[in-house]
Design a protein around this ligand. Structure first.
Ligand SMILES: C[S@@+](CC[C@H](N)C(=O)[O-])C[C@H]1O[C@@H](n2cnc3c(N)ncnc32)[C@H](O)[C@@H]1O
Length: 205
């Protein structure tokens, strides 16, 4: 099948991307892992033995990285619409996080425990139309923070992907009201032209 110019350009960019090459060398499933690695280097979000929830986990770069930290007595639940190939130590749920049945599945696995770390790298399929994409992205971020506020330990950490645009400022101000510290990060591996940033939030108020 003939490829459009934009998909050819995307493939070329992907091929030449230093993080794609590095992920291949390091044996990670996605270049996205380097965003989390940089966040961890700056903010020390992982500790051995944590109970971690990874939302928007496919293909599994963040999950593979997180699995190293939970091996010592911790737990890791990973959720995505798409299948995630098995990762040692991860309990994988395939389903739509916006659906009640999936939320209930997560809650049943968490049980009476609290989470130490909630990661959300969820992003909707982007149409390129901001008026369509931005509300979808904000909705995922809102559901993620609701779960974090409900299930995080008092000293827990919430890391979420956000796109700058409508609803962004109000969301950050809610984070600042509910968490003791909120830091904004734009990792090197996050493409400069993308409005994607990450909020790293620590400690419930
Ligand atoms: C940027 S990718 C995540 C990359 C991942 N962190 C990694 O390191 O490989 C975003 C993911 O969010 C997932 N996603 C989007 N909407 C979702 C939803 N409603 N429920 C669950 N996952 C969703 C997508 O399927 C996609 O795999």
């Amino acid at each position: 099948m003939a490829q459009s110019k934009s998909s050819q350009a995307w493939l070329k960019e992907h091929h030449d991307d230093v993080y794609v090459l590095q992920a291949r060398r390091d044996g990670y499933r996605s270049r996205a892992v380097y965003k989390l690695i940089e966040i961890h280097q700056k903010d020390q979000v992982f500790k051995p033995g944590q109970f971690v929830l990874d939302l928007g986990a496919a293909p599994g770069g963040w999950c593979e990285y997180a699995a190293q930290f939970v091996s010592a007595g911790g737990r890791l639940i990973a959720v995505d619409l798409l299948p995630v190939e098995p990762i040692a130590g991860a309990e994988i749920i395939q389903g739509d996080f916006t659906e009640q049945v999936v939320l209930e599945h997560i809650m049943s696995l968490v049980g009476g425990q609290t989470l130490d770390l909630v990661l959300s790298d969820m992003a909707p399929n982007l149409s390129g139309m901001d008026s369509v994409d931005q509300p979808k992205a904000m909705y995922l971020a809102e559901l993620a923070v609701d779960l974090a506020l409900d299930k995080l330990d008092r000293n827990g950490v919430f890391v979420t992907k956000l796109f700058q645009g409508a609803g962004f400022d109000a969301y950050i101000s809610t984070l600042r009201q509910r968490f003791q510290t909120v830091k904004m990060r734009k990792p090197d591996a996050s493409r400069p032209r993308s409005r994607e940033v990450y909020a790293v939030c620590r400690g419930l108020k």
